[in-house]
Ligand binder design. Structure first.
Ligand SMILES: Cc1ncc(COP(=O)(O)O)c(C=O)c1O
Length: 417
């Protein structure tokens, strides 16, 4: 009975539309089914994973194989990722957050240690220090790259600084040459948050190869997906061995299943996710080229609209890996009202990162106030994310740009901008 209820609920959420199914739904299931039908009307999404028939076949093959964890798909995905990034080791984990945590732990960063990082990021890139009792020390960003400003990093160093954790925001590489010089001069560890930047290149070299370790996330809004999941890459044998062990409950490479050498976690990736990863990675260059073409269309579409422009590759960015369609608005616009007005016209648009130092958890712990990282705060106030996914068509992009133009024209006409 319970099993049937669970199955019905799943079908309701998935929106299956067979009469016989509908008749057997409870009222809760029916409400879910109705909501799902409403949201299934053709509508432009903000982002959407790109799942091919081959991807589905790869996951089904794993399900049929009976090996759902710690199997050949994970090994194949790790090898393919190491080859793609150009790193000696790749370790599959179940999220970017767990991957970053293991990078910090493997670097021996612990209580009281300081790591300089960006306040313009997703919260996991700073939380991974808090997990270990270490202190994320924020340094402001460069307005053009939206990544750590090396001069600000230099100013944030103290005798307790142990590392630098740059974030390659929106697929734009951080300034790895000056950051590397700062780190070398003080013997600091560098951990790259490359969660949004698979395939991005800085001065002709792939991100993920600059730090002691780096992490790429495959959450469904990323360039490629494994559902949930991530890969940590490193050239350091010791770091790789430590991360492999810690993601698997602290087991040793040769040790027994019931023997735990160090404190570990269950941060393993499933075989289904790894198989999806192998399949997606096999067409990553096509995916990145498709996304670059869509971003270029947005740039053209927004070019004639006063007060807005797409972000662009910085001079040292030899490849921006397009994670999202991010436009910057002139500061006098009310970005949130523009988002609401676009929604009224059927166009989804979003703010992006809210500065980390202003998040309640960080304000409460560290007493941060507005105004402490002015570039981050200004960039956060003026970024506008537009719908972006592999299958977005030329017509859809033109339609979005036309609506953005109309909304901004209204703002100007009403004297609000
Ligand atoms: C910059 C950045 N860091 C870390 C993460 C965390 O990755 P995940 O969601 O896979 O835990 C994300 C992604 O969401 C991210 O965008």
């Amino acid at each position: 009975m319970l099993a049937r209820a669970g199955w019905n609920l799943l079908r309701a959420v998935l929106g299956e539309n067979r009469e016989t199914d509908k008749r057997s739904l409870t009222s809760v299931e029916h409400a879910l089914w109705q909501e799902r039908q409403a949201t299934m009307a053709p509508r432009l999404p903000m982002s959407a994973p790109d799942i091919s028939a081959d991807d589905i076949a790869a996951v089904v093959a794993v399900l049929n194989s009976g090996t759902l964890a710690l199997g050949p798909a994970s090994l194949a995905f790790e090898q393919a990722m190491a080859d793609y990034v150009g790193a000696a080791h790749a370790i599959a984990v179940n999220s970017g957050t767990s991957g970053l945590h293991l990078c910090v732990r493997a670097a021996g960063i612990g209580p009281g240690d300081e790591v300089v990082t960006s306040p313009f990021s997703f919260v996991a890139s700073a939380n991974c220090m808090l997990f270990e009792g270490a202190v994320p020390v924020f340094a402001d960003i460069d307005a053009e790259t939206m990544c750590l400003d090396p001069a600000q990093v230099e100013a944030a160093l103290t005798p307790r600084t142990r590392g630098i954790l740059p974030v390659h925001v929106f697929g734009q590489p951080a300034a790895m040459a000056p950051l590397g010089e700062i780190a070398d001069a003080r013997d600091l560890v560098v951990i790259e948050d490359a969660c949004e930047a698979l395939g991005a290149e800085y001065r002709g070299r792939r991100v993920g190869t600059f730090g002691q370790s780096a992490c790429f996330s495959f959450y469904p809004n990323k360039q490629m997906t494994t559902g949930e999941g991530a890969i940590v890459v490193t050239d350091c044998d010791r770091t790789a061995a430590a991360i492999r062990s810690m993601r698997n409950q602290g087991r040793g490479a040769m040790g027994a299943w019931l023997e735990h050498e160090v404190l570990g976690y269950n941060y393993r990736m499933t075989e289904m996710s790894a198989a999806l990863g192998v399949s997606q990675l096999s067409r990553i260059e096509t995916i990145l080229a498709t996304r670059a073409a869509a971003a270029a269309r947005y740039a053209v579409g927004l070019a004639d609209i006063p007060g807005i422009a797409m972000i662009a590759a910085a001079p040292d960015t030899t490849r921006l890996s397009w994670f999202a369609a991010i436009a910057r608005l002139d500061p006098w616009f009310d970005r949130d009202r523009i988002i609401a007005n676009l929604a009224n016209r059927g166009i989804p648009a979003r703010a992006y990162f809210s500065p980390l130092h202003l998040q309640p958890v960080y304000r409460e712990r560290f007493g941060f106030r507005g105004g402490e990282f002015p570039v981050t705060e200004q960039v956060a106030r003026t970024t506008l994310a537009l719908p972006f996914f592999n299958a977005i068509s030329r017509d859809q992009i033109e339609m979005v740009c036309a609506q953005v133009g109309a909304v901004l024209a209204d703002e100007r006409a009403s004297g609000r901008a």
